[in-house]
Design a binder for this molecule. Structure first.
Ligand SMILES: NC(=O)c1ccc[n+]([C@@H]2O[C@H](COP(=O)([O-])OP(=O)(O)OC[C@H]3O[C@@H](n4cnc5c(N)ncnc54)[C@H](OP(=O)(O)O)[C@@H]3O)[C@@H](O)[C@H]2O)c1
Length: 419
């Protein structure tokens, strides 16, 4: 069984390509249906750092082609293509990449927590769509296990930052102490919650949270503070805010140049800092050219990411050791996956012979009591199990294509039936 990963991430693709390929939670089920038209077994992992397609099947070239076709279908229209920006990894290298992703080693913000949940959710969605086979499930579960272990056993996530907290840091860098500033947060999901929480911890008292669904903004502010507002209040809020942090999962731009120009007129030119951490971006890039508007996006946070990475180099080394350790377990299991149909076929064949021979013998004997019949059953089963135990253990540990062929021929097995 082969594993193949086709993906793009913040290291390989510019923001304009990544936002085309990004798939939010609302579109995930529909996107899995589209992927199924290209390949039967697949998991989509799409976060603000990456869009990756993990696929399994018997032919590696077919998987690669399907993954590329699917990724191109996301980015191909409007003149944006992922062809120059993707990476392809196979088998244990693909699994290693996912283990590193789940551990936060491949994140912009090393050791971030959010990714672990996102890896679990990606598997859950694929399972719900009936697209996760045994290999994909095991690789994703192993990645979550590795991610948990390296957070527990190393300091990689100690005082972990998040993109949301970095956005607040950046606002502080631009405006100085935030205590008396007025903040507008657009988006009331997980990223919005983190932004508000960090801002409240920094003493920001005037925070408006704008959301498409009022109920969600209300629930958020009840937990972490702030005032819920509707998207229809954006003109007034934009006129009053010093800082705007946008983190809504909308597939379209939510703030346009025209709207911000209007807001700047009512502000009489008072400067505003807008930090857009959404992917796709919530704010039209042209907004950055409006006088007195300072617009940053997720890729402008790079210098902070890099200093965070440098500060964690020791922990990264230890974390990589854990990834290697977990990969050895995966590789051992993977080997048994290859011989599993053969082992099932061998056991079925032995059971068929045992059952047939026992029934023949019983027919020739005097009528046996239930107890005597049970003893004979148990004795014959025990002989079969003892005879097969060591060959099966050997197959699981050392079995390769050559062993499989030999055993199939010797016992006239049809492993295909047991796949
Ligand atoms: N989670 C993170 O740690 C993180 C970090 C960095 C960046 N981001 C980026 O932040 C954005 C949100 O991520 P999230 O994790 O917070 O997602 P989430 O928990 O699913 O929340 C999404 C939010 O966006 C709103 N939304 C979704 N579609 C919308 C639409 N068509 N129009 C208006 N509002 C819409 C939702 O409104 P409803 O309540 O009405 O559904 C909700 O408030 C994404 O672009 C993501 O890439 C997230």
């Amino acid at each position: 069984m082969q594993l193949c990963l086709v993906g793009i991430n913040y290291n390989t693709a510019p923001l304009a390509v990544r936002e085309k390929a990004s798939i939010n939670v609302e579109r995930l089920a529909e996107s899995l249906s589209s992927l199924r038209r290209c390949i039967y077994h697949g998991v989509i992992l799409s976060t603000c750092n990456r869009t990756e397609i993990y696929m399994s099947g018997s032919d590696s070239a077919t998987l690669e082609k399907a993954g590329l076709r699917f990724l191109e279908s996301l980015t191909g229209d409007g003149g944006v293509s992922c062809a120059d920006f993707n990476y392809i990894l196979k088998n244990i290298e693909a699994a290693k990449h996912l283990y590193r992703v789940a551990g936060g080693l491949e994140s912009m913000v090393v050791g971030e927590y959010e990714i672990l949940g996102q890896v679990g959710q990606a598997l859950e969605a694929a399972e719900k769509a009936g697209m996760a086979d045994l290999l994909l499930s095991r690789v994703f579960q192993g990645a979550v296990q590795a991610g948990r272990r390296l957070r527990e056993e190393t300091g990689i996530s100690r005082n972990a930052l998040s993109i949301s907290s970095i956005a607040v840091n950046l606002a502080e860098e631009a405006l100085g102490r935030l205590v008396n500033r007025r903040m507008l947060v657009i988006g009331a999901g997980e990223a919005g919650r983190l932004v508000v929480k960090v801002a409240r911890d920094r003493g920001v008292s005037r925070i408006a949270v704008a959301s498409r669904t009022h109920r969600r903004a209300a629930a958020l502010v009840q937990k972490v503070g702030g005032t819920p507002v509707g998207l229809d209040s954006l003109p007034q809020e934009l006129a009053a805010a010093d800082i705007v942090i946008t983190c809504a999962g909308a597939p379209h731009r939510m703030l346009g140049a025209e709207q911000i120009e209007k807001a700047m007129q009512s502000r009489q030119g008072k400067p505003i800092v807008i930090i857009d951490i959404a992917l796709p971006r919530n704010v039209e890039p042209e907004v950055g050219s409006i006088p007195n508007v300072s617009l940053r996006n997720i890729d402008d946070l790079t210098s902070i990411y890099e200093s965070n990475r440098e500060g964690r180099l020791n922990e990264i080394g230890m974390a990589e050791g854990i990834v290697e350790d977990e990969l050895i377990r995966l590789a051992d299991w993977w080997k048994t996956l290859e011989v599993r149909p053969l082992v099932s076929a061998l056991m079925a064949r032995a059971e068929e012979i045992r059952d047939r021979q026992l029934n023949k013998t019983i027919k020739k004997l005097r009528p046996l009591s239930a107890e005597e019949q049970e003893s004979l059953e148990a004795m014959t089963k025990s002989i079969v199990n003892k005879l097969l135990k060591e060959p099966i253990q050997y197959l699981k540990a050392e079995g390769d294509g050559e062993h499989a062929r030999l055993i199939s021929e010797l016992f006239q097995l049809d492993a295909e039936k047991h796949k």
